[in-house]
Design a protein around this ligand. Structure first.
Ligand code: C5P
Length: 421
């Protein structure tokens, strides 16, 4: 099972807008929710339409706006019960005093109050009103009732109000509200992934990007690795329910959501951090990093000055990180990568054995359309002999899709009965 924690195209939000000046902020809220990928349908009370038109919300949400309860035409489109069932979350923003009172009393005399009673979805309200109305005993009593009924109340901000007063009652900024909604679904999906995801409960360490081997304080040896594949795998592992640590060489990529990132520069530091992760507990180790094979034997303390026509720098071999980890006693499931320009499968199979890996994914970097800086990749995956699993060809696809297929391969191997040796 896979869960996409970054896009919410399968999640439906009803944004209910009630009568208050903060209704203008709700237009931006629709935009932000759509940016996160949510499907948004807007319900408006009559009061809301005095402040902003349904047409605005129709254009922004890409859906017809729902305003009437007893209108045969509107009910023929998506009736109030259907609408109540469609929602994964009902967000009332701004929530007026009147709507709060209606919800608390259980009235059902318009579309929104009826929807409130008819939905099983969580209901969130973002009250927005004059500070004196917010403080009024009846409002506070109604809010307490709603909290007891399971409604989530988003506290209003304090500050200057449209009416000139200063105090509690401003609707939080739309960006903030949209982020709270996103985080709610993110956490819910993460909880599912931690239970049912392909890598549920697994601790995964991933090395990614190039390493940088210093020559002197201002120069270094490195390579063109962008880290994209490793970062895509880290994101996919998290989505699959794993606890992910990403040991990254110098790359300019954002840390995937939920992933713990440790930045390193040299191969020696990458090895250090990898060994440390092993001590912390690691079930799967995925080595995507393009580790420099050699480092400068003696790093100059000061900038090397120009002199003569030739400069010789002695290099010494770097440790092989993945092979070193594979030799440890508490050995995780080991996944390596092989980028080759010829005899791809033969060399990869050799590395699988030489580095004592459980699985190796290889690709042909002589192909201009895949590998290194490309956003696409194609790979062949081999498993160690004891798994008795057929090799898998992963057809050319985005690095995200390849990452997902690699996780399926890791999952299958982890759950494969292997003959004791
Ligand atoms: O030997 P080669 O560099 O082709 O092996 C590639 C695999 O070994 C990759 O998984 C890479 O991350 C890993 N590797 C490593 N440490 C090195 C060299 C390669 O972990 N020093």
């Amino acid at each position: 099972m896979s869960f996409d924690l970054s896009v919410f195209s399968n999640k439906n939000i009803i944004l209910a807008v009630t009568g208050g000046i903060a209704a203008y902020k709700s237009a931006i809220l629709v935009r932000r929710l759509k940016d996160y990928g949510f499907n948004v349908r807007v319900v408006m009370t009559h009061g809301a339409q005095a402040f902003i038109t349904p047409l605005t919300f129709q254009a922004l949400s890409g859906n017809p706006v729902h305003t009437e309860l007893l209108n045969p035409e509107a009910e023929a489109g998506m009736g109030h019960i259907e609408l109540a069932r469609w929602a994964d979350l009902v967000l009332v923003a701004p929530a007026s005093c009147d709507t709060i009172a209606k919800f608390a009393a259980g009235l059902a005399d318009d579309l929104l109050s009826t929807l409130y009673l008819a939905t099983k979805a969580p209901v969130w309200i973002a009250p927005a009103m004059n500070q004196q109305m917010w403080a009024a005993k009846a409002t506070q009593r109604n809010l307490n009732t709603l909290v007891e009924d399971g409604v989530h109340v988003i506290m209003p901000d304090a500050g200057s109000q449209a009416c000139g007063d200063v105090g509690l009652g401003r609707m939080p900024e739309p960006e903030d509200l949209a982020e709270q909604v996103k985080n709610y679904f993110h956490q819910a999906q993460r909880a599912l992934a931690e239970k049912f995801g392909l890598l549920a409960g697994k601790r995964v360490t991933i090395t990614a990007g190039p390493t940088r081997e210093a020559i002197d304080p201002v120069r270094y040896i490195s390579n063109h690795s962008t880290g994209k594949m490793g970062f895509a795998i880290a994101a996919a592992c998290y989505t699959a329910g794993a606890k992910v640590t990403l040991i990254a060489g110098p790359v300019s990529l954002d840390t995937p959501n939920g992933v713990k990132r440790i930045n390193v520069s040299s191969a020696l530091k990458m090895l250090d951090e990898s060994l440390h992760q092993l001590e912390e507990g690691c079930d799967v180790f995925i080595a995507t990093a393009a580790v420099a094979d050699y480092r400068v034997a003696e790093v100059a303390e000061h900038k090397i000055k120009k002199a003569g026509d030739e400069l010789n720098i002695a290099l010494i071999k770097n440790p092989d990180i993945v092979a070193t980890i594979a030799q440890q006693q508490k050995r995780p499931f080991m996944v390596g990568f092989a980028a080759e320009t010829r005899n791809v499968e033969e060399y990869a199979a050799g590395k699988l054995v030489a580095k004592k890996l459980d699985m190796i994914a290889c690709n042909d970097v002589s192909r201009a359309d895949i590998g290194f800086a490309s956003d696409q990749n194609a790979m062949t995956v081999f498993f160690a002999d004891q798994y008795q699993m057929e090799k898998r060809d992963l057809e050319k696809a985005s690095k995200q899709e390849i990452a997902q297929q690699l996780i399926e391969a890791i999952h299958d191997a982890l759950n494969h009965e292997i003959d004791p040796v």
